[in-house]
Design a protein around this ligand. Structure first.
Ligand SMILES: Cc1ncc(COP(=O)(O)O)c(C=O)c1O
Length: 395
């Protein structure tokens, strides 16, 4: 009856079982993984809250790639950041995840391979499964800063490799692609006939300036490139469900892509009329909410650094942007057992690094947009655990 592509192992892991059991027994969980910004006590403006345009009176003007009104707004988003993107090269989607789907439909056949970094965004595994393609990961390097390892990337390429996905800044490492890395990647994609997908959903969440950082993917001209973004992060509105693809690259490939994408998008009928009408306003509202989010991230980072000092067995990895913090933990327990230990003993919920496919070591990942008082109460509990203290003996 059912497709083999959806025959996922749905048995909950030990951590999920423990979490559900705590919640079922009514124990309050200190959740340090909260990454839905609308639940993290940010002050959205009243105008954002009432911005929704009445779905009945909004004219329904199906337009496969999106209305010109909304695509112009996306084009202005880029011009404000110093990049030129024609509205004609923009495709609107109901969220960035759907943008990935459109692109895998455009670029892959069953059995093809999509290549991306480890650690990386966990949902990509499911997105590729749904298109009968395989996700192949190559390891990033960390030596005080995360780097793309071009040799490791080249080693995993095969005849079936079709798409290279780069998330910049990456989820969860927060590392931005650097200019020299982008040049190497573009050269590789051009020579190996790979399409480049650059997911920039966290692009506006840079923690500091860095002149070695690559510009947006929309500047690439030498290989077929699709840059993804959307309102879920840039305007902190995940439930609005508006994402986009900005396509660029050699002219023949670009026009063929856009013609095919138009049919793919048209097959699903267009993105909701209300969200398209409201898009210019909502994109602009991102400018108002992001400083508050970045402030929260900075406060939470400072808090982590005050707890995980140099003499502590745990340390925070250097991050350049995004919403997540990564802690390196001593290899006394594996990361899942460690997360379980924290949940069972202190009701503190964090993600193990294995959830993000860390290729080495033991890591925990937490969300830095968590309300600071929640982080404080979580850290107070963690500080009582000997693994988080200096010179502790293994438990
Ligand atoms: C790196 C990355 N890409 C894409 C998405 C999905 O975004 P959307 O909510 O627009 O589908 C997420 C969601 O967290 C993400 O972290």
């Amino acid at each position: 009856m059912f497709s083999s592509r959806t025959a996922w192992n749905r048995l909950p892991n030990r951590l999920t079982v423990a979490l559900q059991s705590l919640q079922a027994r009514g124990f309050p969980v200190i959740d340090l993984t909260m990454s839905n910004p609308t639940l993290c006590e940010f002050n959205y403006s009243e105008t954002t809250q009432s911005a929704w345009i009445d779905p009945i009176t909004t004219p329904y003007e199906p337009s496969a790639l999106g209305t010109l009104h909304a695509r112009n707004a996306v084009s202005s988003y880029y011009s404000k950041r110093g990049f030129t993107v024609s509205p004609k090269h923009i495709v609107l989607t109901p969220g960035t995840s759907n943008a990935y789907s459109h692109l895998f439909q455009l670029l892959t056949d069953p059995g093809d391979e999509v290549v991306t970094a480890a650690p990386g965004y966990p949902l990509l595994e499911f997105l590729v499964d749904l298109h009968d393609v395989r996700l192949v990961r190559y390891p990033l390097l960390y030596d005080g800063i995360w780097r793309l390892n071009i040799d490791a990337l080249k080693r995993v390429l095969t005849k079936r490799s079709r798409v290279l996905v780069i998330v910049s800044p990456n989820n969860p490492t927060g590392s931005f692609l650097k200019t020299d890395e982008l040049e190497e990647v573009v050269d590789l994609c051009r020579r190996r006939n790979l399409a480049l997908v650059i997911d920039e959903v966290f692009f506006d969440f840079s923690w500091s300036d860095d002149s070695s950082r690559a510009p947006s993917g929309v500047t690439v001209t030498d290989c077929l490139t699709f840059t993804l973004n959307g309102l879920s992060k840039t305007a902190a509105l995940p439930q609005v469900k508006l994402g986009w693809i900005a396509a660029n690259g050699p002219q023949t490939l670009l026009s063929e892509s856009l013609s095919r994408l138009e049919i793919i998008a048209d097959t699903y009928l267009s993105v909701g009329a209300s969200v398209q009408s409201t898009a210019p306003f909502l994109i602009e509202q991102g400018d108002a909410i992001r400083p508050e989010i970045l402030n929260r991230i900075q406060t939470n980072c400072e808090l982590l650094d005050s707890v995980f000092t140099e003499d502590c067995l745990c340390s925070r990895l250097r991050t350049e942007g995004g919403w997540y913090g990564v802690l390196r933990i001593p290899s006394v327990l594996d990361d899942e057992s460690y997360a379980l230990h924290l949940l069972e003993n202190y009701n503190v919920f964090v993600h193990p690094g294995s959830f993000y496919d860390f290729p080495f070591g033991d890591y925990l990942v937490l969300s830095l947009i968590t309300p600071t008082e929640v982080l404080v109460s979580g850290l107070e509990k963690l500080q009582t655990d000997q693994l988080f203290q200096a010179s502790s003996e293994p438990i």
